[in-house]
Design a protein around this ligand. Structure first.
Ligand SMILES: C[S@@+](CC[C@H](N)C(=O)[O-])C[C@H]1O[C@@H](n2cnc3c(N)ncnc32)[C@H](O)[C@@H]1O
Length: 242
């Protein structure tokens, strides 16, 4: 039995909660070409994981997590306890490696992930508290064999077969992370990939014949308001391409 790792960082559009609902990987090679917080790879972390990410901050955090000594993580300052970083503190002033600043920044809030100040909820459980830090310090040992490419794999055609978990920006909100993907190109690419291909989308997407996966409730917000259910769609070539 392998342990379920917790999320490595908070990320807008994270599939952490619903990752177990997608088909299990059929191949030992598992590629997430739109990494973000890489929830599917985190669930199946023992596979030969390859990530790709165009956002240099996200890529830098993954490079750090894959190679950092857990003891270094365990020494990072947190937002609870005796030496807590106070709400409003500017994380750019921290005397820690730059990717550690980025990591702590991603743990502050989901929606405005480029905001550098400590959130007023930062001390709560599930945020950057000692418990989260110590969990990360332990779980980085599980991803030493992962690889991260800073850039885009879209259009590249590898020879070997693998499981491809494709979670691009939703077509309906295609610019939330930066430039919108070319969905026509993306559709041709995912249909041609060698192996098992799983693609995530929202109900209005038209670039593949998506079907309903689940209705996921976005967790209750910090203010206690419960969030509406959102329908998650999936396309998969369940038998795998040859
Ligand atoms: C919906 S998010 C992925 C969320 C992820 N599944 C998770 O669980 O956190 C999409 C990610 O793809 C990245 N991205 C957008 N276009 C890309 C491309 N052409 N190649 C690689 N990454 C890309 C965005 O920066 C963003 O991090």
């Amino acid at each position: 039995l392998t342990v379920r790792l917790g999320p490595f960082f908070k990320f807008y559009g994270s599939k952490y909660r619903i990752a177990p609902l997608y088909p299990a990987p059929l191949y030992d090679t598992l590629i997430e070409p739109f990494a973000g917080s890489a929830s599917y790879a985190t669930l199946h972390h023992t596979r030969q994981v390859g990530l790709a990410e165009v956002d240099p901050d996200v890529a830098a955090v993954w490079r750090y997590l894959i190679s950092v000594d857990g003891q270094e993580i365990a020494k990072l300052p947190v937002c609870d306890g005796p030496d807590a970083l106070p709400a409003g503190f500017d994380l750019r002033g921290l005397d820690v490696p730059e990717p550690a600043r980025l990591l702590i920044r991603y743990w502050q809030r989901v929606g405005q992930s480029r905001c550098w100040t400590v959130s007023k909820w930062g001390h709560l459980s599930g945020f950057w508290c000692a418990r989260t830090r110590d969990r990360l310090a332990a779980q980085v040992e599980h991803i030493r064999h992962w690889r991260i490419l800073e850039g885009s794999l879209v259009g590249a055609m590898p020879r070997g077969k693998g499981t491809w978990f494709i979670d691009p920006p939703y077509q309906a909100q295609s610019t939330v992370y930066g430039d919108a993907p070319d969905f026509a190109l993306l559709g041709r690419w995912v249909r041609a990939l060698p192996g098992q291909v799983i693609v995530c989308e929202a109900p209005s997407a038209t670039w593949l014949p998506f079907v309903k996966l689940t209705e996921a409730r976005v967790g209750p917000s910090i203010t206690g308001k419960s969030h509406a259910k959102r329908t998650e769609m999936i396309w998969t070539n369940s038998e795998g391409n040859t």
